[in-house]
Structure formats: C-alpha cells, structure tokens
Design a protein around this ligand. Structure first.
Ligand SMILES: Nc1ncnc2c1ncn2[C@@H]1O[C@H](COP(=O)(O)OP(=O)(O)OP(=O)(O)O)[C@@H](O)[C@H]1O
Ligand code: NI
Length: 372
C-alpha cells in the first residue's frame, strides 16, 4: 500500500454538445478517494453527479465528451485528456484504451451501481443466472463454480433463501431486494471501488437504512471504497467519511463529514442542510432551498450560486471563486469555493438582491444592475 489515493480526479471536465449550445455538465472537478473510504458526491438534480461518475467509468455517450482532466486509478491514467495541436481535446498516450478500460477496469476494479436496478437487470432472465453469467464473464471460473459464488453473494447481501431465490425473476423481487442483487453483482468481482449512483433514492426509508447498514458491513469486510452519489445529506451523514458538494458542474465544498455538518463554510451547503430534517431542529425550522438551479448551458457569471445565495454581494456576480483550503486541523482538508474566503473585497461589497432575499431584501437592492 502506498499513500497515493486509490482514485484521484483532477480538473475533470465533461460537456454535451447540443443544438441549444454546450452543456458544461462537469466543469473542472477534483477529488480523491482513499482506500477503504466512502466518499459522497452530493447536490441537487442536474448538479452533474451522474455525468461525473459516468466520466470516471468512461461511459459518457454522445453528444457528451470528456474534454479535460485526469482520472488516476491505482497509478493508472483511466482518463487523461490533453490539448492536441489543433487545440482540440484528445486522449494522451498514457490514457487506457477503450478495450483496456473494458477488460481491466470496469466491473473487476471499479463497479457501478445505478439508481434503477431494472436498468441493470434483464427482466426476462432469472436473477441467479444473470449473476452467474456476470461472474463467469469477469472471473476465471467455470459455470458450476460461478453458480456457487452467485449463491454465496446473494446470501452475503442478505437475500433470504438464496438457493431458492436464485431461480426468481427480477420482478419477483422487491425494490430493496433488487438493489441488493445489484450490490451482489458489483461485489462479485471483488472490485476495489464501487461507484453507487443514488442506489437508495427509489427505496423507502426503512429499506434504505437496511441497504446502508449492508454497505457499512461490506465496506468493513472487503475493504471496498465507495463513491456514493446522492442528493440527500441525511444519507451522507449516515454513510460517508468525506463529502464533496456539487453545484452546477463544480465542487463548491469538500470536507470530512463531521466538518461539513458542524463547520459548514459554503452558503449552498448551509442551504442544503437547512432543507433536511435534523434532530436538533423542529419541522417549522426547515427551509426548502430557494429557487431552482440555473441551466448548465449558460451558468451565471461569477459565483454560480450567486443568484440564489442569501449572502451574495456585488462582487459575487463578478468573481469566480476557486477552492480554498480553510482547514484549521493539519490532518484534514476542508476546501470551499466561495467569494467570502477570497481576499477580493467581499466585506466591502454591497449585498445583492437574490432569489433568497427577494422577500425581505427590499432595502438591499443593488443599484448597479437588476439582472442578478
Ligand atoms: N445526454 C445529455 N445531453 C445533454 N445534456 C445532458 C445529457 N446528460 C446530462 N446532461 C446535462 O448535464 C447536467 C448534469 O446532469 P447529471 O445527470 O449529471 O445531474 P445529476 O447531478 O446526476 O442529477 P440527478 O440528481 O437528477 O441525477 C444537466 O444539466 C443535464 O441536463
Ligand atoms: Ni444523477
């Protein structure tokens, strides 16, 4: 083991070239996953979470394209985009080919679990047979042994009577059970990293809790690392070691889970926290986050959150903040991209009227413009 992270994402950029224009879905994100860690990727719908995970897996489809950045997994460059002589992005010589990605990485090194198990499970084949075939394809074992492993995996993820359930069809399983099957499939090749894209979002709270417990047990047993995608900070609190908060294609705050909750720096993270139930809050104190996230096709100038930020000042409309390390402890990093933490005159700037201040901000109208 080295002290290099298992997965290192640096300045990853993915865009969709549509008729309406270029969608900057992932716009220069960086984060790391260490061995045995569960790292969260949170943000509202459209923040770029799924595009980020499919970029890491190299599963972006046209009109989408990874246009910049590097993803290093166990020292290997699974994504490495450089600028070609024509100024266009192109894969570097070091980047794995599609075939290498398929044969060496996807499934057996990094597995992905999607929100909807029906997308990954074929409804016309029995669950056990699908699992067995997947194991046969990805591990060097014969059919009989693959069957045994499949039954073991079903038992491992808490499917009751796995020998009997082996012959069930996907529709004969509940949503939670199907999600367990997907976890079994992800684990079947003993990957070092599992990327889970909102795997519990469609489940009710009790089942979600059971799946989270299961993931905790499996993480401890197999020492598997996870990237856990969710819009739910409650789930993050339950499961993650570190968290990256995304807004409009960017990571705006990243910290250890305790620091994110108890030493929140970014107004967007704060707003997300206000919108979820917490034990120290009454229901009346809950505030849904104001406004909707703007389109990634034409993100707001300056800080992308300024149109909804209750703390926005004039300078936030002009200055695009980059991630600053604001951690006080030497052991942990806490990074935040907010104008408040840059020395460019936030203190002296005038407040901006935003969606978040509309109701009570009449005294704070910014005289220099109305298009905020
Ligand atoms: N095939 C596509 N063509 C054009 N734009 C796309 C495509 N796929 C995604 N996008 C855009 O990329 C941005 C990020 O989408 P993404 O699916 O990553 O969001 P998300 O954070 O995963 O949201 P959710 O929580 O709803 O899953 C959005 O603006 C979306 O409209
Ligand atoms: Ni998504």
């Amino acid at each position: 083991m080295t002290d290099e992270p298992l997965l290192k994402v640096e300045n990853l950029q993915t865009q969709f070239f549509t008729e309406e224009g270029t969608v900057r879905a992932v716009d220069g994100i960086s984060f790391e996953v260490n061995e045995g860690e569960i790292v969260g990727l949170v943000g509202e719908s459209g923040a770029g979470k799924s595009v980020a995970t499919s970029s890491i897996m190299r599963l972006v489809e046209t009109p989408g394209q990874i246009v910049g950045g590097t993803v290093t997994y166990k020292g290997t460059k699974i994504v490495d985009i450089e600028e070609g002589p024509d100024g266009q992005p192109r894969p570097s010589e070091e980047m794995l080919t599609d075939e290498e990605m398929r044969e060496q990485i996807r499934g057996n090194e990094i597995a992905i679990i999607f929100q909807d198990p029906m997308e990954a499970l074929n409804p016309v084949f029995k669950v056990g047979a699908q699992l067995r075939e997947f194991i046969e394809l990805n591990r060097d074992v014969g059919s009989a042994e693959a069957r045994e492993i499949a039954v073991d995996m079903l038992r491992e993820v808490g499917i009751p009577e796995p020998v009997k359930r082996y012959d069930s069809y996907p529709h004969q399983f509940s949503g939670g059970m199907r999600q367990r099957v997907l976890i079994a499939m992800a684990l079947a090749c003993e990957p070092s990293l599992i990327i889970a894209d909102e795997p519990t979002t469609a489940l009710d709270v009790t089942v979600e809790g059971q799946i989270i417990d299961l993931v905790h047990d499996l993480e401890a047993k197999y020492d598997t690392s996870f990237v856990w995608v969710t819009h739910d900070l409650g789930v993050v609190a339950e499961i993650c070691d570190r968290v990256n908060v995304m807004y409009l294609g960017e990571i705006i705050e990243s910290a250890d889970v305790d620091d994110l909750f108890h030493d929140t720096k970014h107004p967007y993270t704060e707003a997300l926290l206000q919108s979820i139930p917490r034990p120290d809050q009454t229901v009346e104190e809950l505030e849904p986050i104001v406004g909707v996230m703007p389109e990634a096709i034409n993100p707001p100038s300056g800080c992308r959150f300024h149109t909804r930020c209750p703390d926005a000042r004039t300078v936030c409309r002009e200055f695009h903040p980059t991630e600053q390390d604001v951690s006080e402890a030497v052991t942990a990093t806490h990074r935040v991209a907010c104008v408040k933490y840059e020395s460019i005159g936030y203190e002296d700037a005038r407040p901006l009227e935003t969606e978040a201040t509309d109701d009570f901000g009449s005294g704070l109208i910014d005289a220099s413009g109305e298009d905020a």
